[in-house]
Design a protein. Structure first.
Length: 355
């Protein structure tokens, strides 16, 4: 292995690449990983020397607090390559701010900005060949931090590990999905950690989602925990409803994730003179719109899928099929965002970050 130091990051390069064994035309999301990974440990009250090493297993004590008390947060980002071979991130500052906001809520020390961005750049430049050009291709990036202190007393850890791993990706959802409106289970509650990308938030969704899948639905649109009267998020994504020619989406709160794609959808819609209302959206309102024909679209918005159209929903034993629109807002907005991400259109908001 070749060892070098740059940007105050220790780098050990892999002796052999795995890329030649990968079928990039038939990727399963999140199952294939690049040659290298970034890591940095928090010890004695300070973040230590960051490093990049060949991707591989970790050695961690079975009493590490992450296993027992769930101190773990993460982010989801993507890198894109244009036809000239230039590599871009999309709004990475928002991801950096959000992972530290999530960390603070779980009593995890915030990660230094210089380490985050220099680590990302060094890692992406090492594994640049894994980022394929072409609209729809990307490299999914997963920064995360876990509590590593070996102790099973119920208190915040004193040691942590921050890491970044990368996985080549194509489209996450390739077909429209059918969803249930939640009537019993909740994703988050007031005063909780719903706004944070805490690992436990996602684990808690798996069981009710599995029940929905047994009924033939792929995802759940979560409702508020108090009354189950207001629609808040879809699975692991923010949610949008198009009633007539107006897009509706719930405001962010301590229950709802401040999604980077959500903010981008709102801005792109406004850029193209589409009406957007950020306000509470009730189950009753959407069911009535479905019955009278004014409900045109529902779609989820998130990093992995960008936009995921929804073809039908069920609530209270009633199933509502949505129209199949030829030039939907979902299709238009997804195309606009992908064009920005892949350097195919003007970036009027400065969202692209060249690596």
């Amino acid at each position: 292995m070749t060892k070098l130091t740059t940007y105050e990051i220790d780098i050990v390069k892999s002796e052999k690449t795995k890329i030649n064994d990968v079928d990039f035309d038939n990727l399963v999301f999140g199952r294939t990983f690049t040659d290298h990974m970034f890591s940095c440990d928090f010890i004695d009250g300070e973040w230590q020397q960051p490093k990049i090493t060949p991707y591989g297993p970790l050695t961690i004590d079975p009493s590490a607090r992450v296993f027992h008390y769930g101190q773990a947060v993460f982010e989801g980002m993507k890198a894109y390559k244009d036809d000239e071979g230039k590599v871009f991130l999309f709004r990475p500052e928002d991801n950096f701010i959000r992972i530290n906001k999530s960390a603070a809520r779980l009593a995890i020390p915030e990660f230094p900005k210089e380490f985050f961005f220099e680590g990302l750049k060094a890692l992406l430049n090492l594994d640049r060949a894994w980022i394929k050009s072409g609209k729809g291709n990307s490299l999914y990036i997963r920064p995360f931090v876990i509590a590593t202190e070996p102790a099973i007393s119920a208190s915040p850890a004193s040691t942590y590990k921050f890491m970044i791993i990368c996985s080549p990706a194509k489209a996450y959802y390739t077909q429209k999905v059918r969803v249930l409106f939640a009537e019993k289970y909740s994703r988050s509650a007031n005063g909780g950690v719903g706004f944070a990308k805490a690992a436990g938030n996602y684990a808690a969704q798996f069981y009710p989602t599995s029940l929905a899948q047994k009924k033939g639905f792929q995802q759940i649109i979560w409702t508020d925990a108090n009354t189950h009267e207001y629609l808040e998020e879809a699975g692991t994504m923010n949610i949008f409803f198009r009633v007539n020619d107006t897009l509706l989406t719930a405001p962010t709160s301590d229950r709802i994730l401040d999604g980077v794609t959500r903010k981008s959808v709102i801005q792109v819609a406004e850029d193209h003179n589409l009406s957007v209302e950020v306000r509470p959206v009730s189950v009753k309102e959407i069911k009535e719109a479905a019955k009278n024909g004014s409900l045109k679209e529902i779609f989820g918005a998130g990093t992995a899928a960008v936009i995921s159209p929804i073809s039908a929903f069920e609530h209270g034993g009633e199933v509502f099929e949505l129209p199949d629109l030829e030039n939907s807002y979902a299709t238009q907005i997804k195309s606009y965002i992908l064009d920005i991400q892949h350097n195919l259109s003007k970036d009027r908001h400065g969202w692209r970050y060249e690596v």
